[in-house]
Design a protein around this ligand. Structure first.
Ligand code: ADP
Length: 574
């Protein structure tokens, strides 16, 4: 470049310093302008080959009308020659510059003489713009005067053309880059969308877990590996009785009273040794209130560090209630003991005079002391019946107090169920007759069994008394013994008021009566069946009731005797 004169060097440096951020056409326009000015040219043009149709398009012009290229094409068309035959066409074909010192002596320019004359230029320099070996356009410069081109001038314009070519290539590159940038932008936007979505999911699941943690009634805490509080839900701080900001970062011993220090440090040691054993402990709140907690914990890796998740339950109220319950249970037990003691004393005190009253009434009634009239006999009968009722009631009370003390002693021996049943039916006949109730006993012979005769009699009498009590006049009561393989069964069926299905088992509970009105109408204490059940169970038997629309049936099952030969060794009675 040493033979390029200074003004042209300046022009080249101007070209080099063109602001490339300008639009691509503006840059080419500037290159063309600097080239024309530096070479004293009257006009010039930069044209690019359109790869889609191989035509050339003007992308920059200097000192030429806007429709120059159209007119070039028109002139060629008019002359009937292809553009390829022009100097431009030659440069496009050869890739070499083409000099026209005098347009009007240049045969290739002939179709454009008129146009040239009109535009007023006489000499031309056509230079190729190349990409490698390929010609992508032309930078043409036109002078008004005839010209002898210097090498330096040619070189200068050639350099300008190659600069213009670089601009075009850069622009294409830029276009591609632009596309890439667009694609990247799109990709980035997609990525951002995905990240946003992932964030949202994370946020939702975090909020989900947080809601669970926050709505937990139990306190949930995270303690770091040094035993410092790191996190807690609202319940935790409520239970511990300290504000969050005064606990976070503090060693856990802060919430424990001094006397728990040894215990808690031992627990902490266990926790660190991986022992996940829950325990109960005592804490002290900020207001110096003592509370009791149930604590469980488990190790967890959070944020890549070892932590401990601790769950605390406030059991202060529960322990208080338990204590209260224990105390009331003790009180109740004591009251019950006193009551049983009282019943056992009072029944004894009542039974002695009552038995004597009953005895004297019988003496009076038998006229052992003196004659009595019918009216007096009737009254004595009433006294006698009522004293018997009272004695029966007191005996039940004695039984109950014995039952409670587990002292209902039974005298076992061989007993005849048939005898017991016949005796009971006989004894109860007068009572049944009073209500015109027929009382029958089916009599298949039963083997004798091992039992307490007096107590079994008590049971049958009780069941018959109930049957009579709850059966209206003209009813029917049947006693049916059954001889089963290993047991004997006694069923007492009545045609009375029946028992609702949901009460069938409850009637055997102590003091239970079906309802208040029953109690009022029929009297009684609700003790009898519970005593019966106890006596039968002491015989390893069972008792239950059934009821349908036609009354109730009470069943008793008692085991037969067992010997080496099998059951039922005792001969049936004839
Ligand atoms: P009490 O007869 O003194 O009330 P029981 O323990 O003998 O006490 O009976 C408890 C309850 O069972 C009775 O109050 C009655 O409601 C019901 N009950 C017992 N036997 C019969 C029966 N044969 N028919 C209908 N209800 C009966």
């Amino acid at each position: 470049m040493k033979n390029i004169e200074k003004s042209k060097l300046k022009a080249l440096s101007d070209i080099a310093s063109i602001d490339i951020s300008l639009e691509f056409n503006d840059v080419l326009q500037s290159i063309l302008k600097f080239t024309c000015e530096a070479t004293g040219a009257q006009s010039g043009t930069i044209m690019l080959v359109d790869e889609s149709d191989n035509n050339i398009r003007m992308v920059a012009s200097y000192g030429l009308p806007q429709n120059y290229i159209e007119r070039v094409y028109d002139a060629a068309k008019k002359a009937g020659v292809p553009l390829a035959s022009s100097p431009s066409g030659t440069v496009l074909e050869t890739g070499k510059y083409y000099l026209v010192p005098n347009v009007f002596e240049e045969p290739k320019d002939k179709p454009w003489y008129d146009l040239t004359k009109e535009l007023g230029f006489s000499s031309q320099l056509f230079t190729p713009m190349k990409k490698g070996l390929k010609v992508i356009g032309l930078l043409n410069v036109y002078w008004a005067e005839l010209r002898r081109f210097t090498d330096e001038e040619i070189k200068f314009v050639t350099i300008a053309a190659s600069q213009a070519s670089s601009v075009v290539q850069n622009a294409k590159l830029c276009g591609r880059l632009e596309n890439n940038v667009q694609e990247l932008k799109q990709y980035k936007e997609n990525l951002e969308e995905i990240i946003k979505e992932a964030h949202k999911k994370l946020y939702d699941s975090e909020r989900y877990l947080r809601t669970i943690i926050e709505s937990s009634m139990d306190g949930i805490l995270v303690v770091d590996e040094n035993g410092r509080f790191e996190f807690g839900n609202d319940s935790a701080f409520n239970i511990l009785g300290w504000p969050e900001q005064e606990l976070i970062g503090q060693f856990f011993m802060k919430v424990f009273p001094d006397d728990m220090e040894k215990f808690m440090l031992e627990r902490w040691q266990e926790v660190q040794n991986g022992i996940e054993k829950p325990y109960e402990t005592k804490i002290i709140t900020k207001n110096r209130e003592i509370k009791y907690l149930f604590v469980s914990h488990s190790p967890a890796i959070l944020n890549k560090r070892k932590k401990y998740v601790v769950v605390v339950k406030d059991i202060t109220e529960k322990l208080r209630l338990e204590q209260e319950l224990k105390e009331s249970y003790e009180e109740l037990k004591e009251a019950d003991r006193i009551k049983t003691e009282f019943i056992s004393n009072i029944t004894h005190e009542l039974l002695t005079p009552l038995t004597s009253i009953k005895g004297f009434v019988e003496l009076l009634n038998d006229e052992a002391i003196g004659r009595i009239n019918e009216e007096q006999k009737k009254s004595l009968g009433i006294i006698h019946r009522n004293s018997e009722r009272l004695i029966h009631l007191i005996k039940e009370l004695v039984d109950i107090s014995h039952l409670e003390k587990n002292k209902l002693g039974l005298q076992f021996g061989l007993v005849s169920i048939n005898d017991i049943l016949s005796k009971c039916v006989l004894d109860m006949q007068p009572l049944a007759k009073e209500k015109q109730i027929s009382l029958f006993q089916d009599a298949p012979p039963l083997p004798r069994i091992w039992g307490d005769e007096e107590r079994l009699t008590q049971v049958i009498i009780n069941l018959l008394a109930n049957a009579i009590k709850f059966t209206p006049q003209n009813g029917k009561i049947t006693v049916i013994p059954h001889d089963l393989t290993e047991q004997v069964k006694i069923s007492i069926r009545d045609t009375g008021i029946g028992i609702p299905p949901d009460q069938l088992s409850r009637i055997f509970d102590r003091f239970y009566q079906i309802d208040g009105s029953t109690k009022r109408k029929y009297g009684g204490t609700g003790i009898g069946l519970s005593i019966c059940k106890n006596i039968i169970e002491k015989h390893y038997g069972s008792i239950w009731a059934e009821s349908d629309g036609n009354g109730s049936t009470f069943h008793i099952l008692l085991p037969k005797l067992k010997t080496k030969e099998g059951v039922s060794n005792v001969k049936p009675e004839s």
